[in-house]
Design a protein around this ligand. Structure first.
Ligand SMILES: [Cu+2]
Length: 278
């Protein structure tokens, strides 16, 4: 049983690709039906008294001996983001009955996301994260077993570039050079966790507005391997070359890539925009 859970978690860690799905958690005994796992690649656990759910993600795609970086996503009983929580994180090695000297610090990023730097695993083996979470008058704790530390040997091919290397321009030429595309968001700077509409401007390489294009949109968080929580749509042409994108929602801060696949007559091309959200 324990083995099965572990290998599930390892599978989860290895398959960093995939889309965001909202799944009902299987390990809550059905007692907290509204709590769901939001991210396919996370380790999901409900706290001891059922007050919170926690999802653990490793933004660096690895769990290894030494210093690790951990993202925690906290939801309450109603499956709402928990903001302003006080979180104590203790890396614990159950088999050895010890923790570590270094105390990791959780930094709130908004939208229920907390980043914990300096999570130190001082040796290889099986570790767990012990969390104490307090929000308002509610407090609860949870022990989250992690995939074996140091046994992964898995380096993910997609190394996240540093923010300074990411081109965040809002106007771009498509991959094959067929279109010049730019976007405008109805709310700017782009907020997290809010429904947005974009106005997409599509022109041919020589500057002519594009008529009757079919446009598909895809969202991705390369560091987390998940996409949009919603299904945004390009709802049609407003006038030649102007398209309305509705239902966009960025569920968390960080690096997002929004890709548009554009088909117009004989032309077919794609363009990706990078966004760094706070
Ligand atoms: Cu994410």
């Amino acid at each position: 049983m324990k083995k099965a859970i572990l290998s599930l978690m390892i599978l989860g860690l290895i398959s960093w690709t995939g889309c965001a799905t909202t799944q009902t958690a299987h390990d809550d005994g059905g007692m907290h039906a509204p709590m769901t796992q939001h991210y396919e690649d996370s380790i999901f656990k409900v706290t001891e008294n059922g007050e919170f759910s926690v999802e653990v993600l490793f933004p660096d795609k690895k769990v290894e001996m030494g210093v690790n970086n951990v993202d925690l996503i906290i939801h309450n009983k109603k499956d709402e983001d928990v903001t302003g929580a006080k979180i104590t994180v203790t890396p614990w090695m159950p088999s050895m009955g010890h923790g570590v000297m270094e105390t990791p610090v959780a930094n709130e990023k908004g939208g229920g996301l907390y980043n914990v730097k300096n999570v130190v695993f001082s040796m290889t083996g099986d570790w767990e994260l012990r969390l104490e979470i307090a929000s308002g008058s509610t407090a609860d704790s949870v022990k989250i077993p992690l995939p074996p530390v140091g046994a992964m040997g898995h380096t993910h091919t997609m190394k996240a570039p540093s923010p300074s290397e990411i081109d965040t321009s809002m106007e771009k030429t498509s991959m094959k050079g067929q279109f010049n595309v730019s976007y405008k968001s109805d709310v700017h700077p782009i907020p997290v966790n809010r429904l947005l509409s974009w106005n997409l401007d599509v022109k041919t390489a020589d500057g002519q507005p594009v008529k009757n294009a079919q446009i598909k949109i895809l969202g991705d968080m390369p560091e987390h391997g998940h996409g949009f929580p919603t299904e945004p749509e390009v709802s049609g042409t407003m006038e030649d070359g102007q398209f309305l994108v509705e239902g966009l929602k960025f569920s968390m801060p960080g690096w997002w890539v929004v890709t548009f696949h554009i088909t117009a007559g004989e032309m077919m091309d794609q363009v990706s925009f990078n966004l760094l959200l706070n």
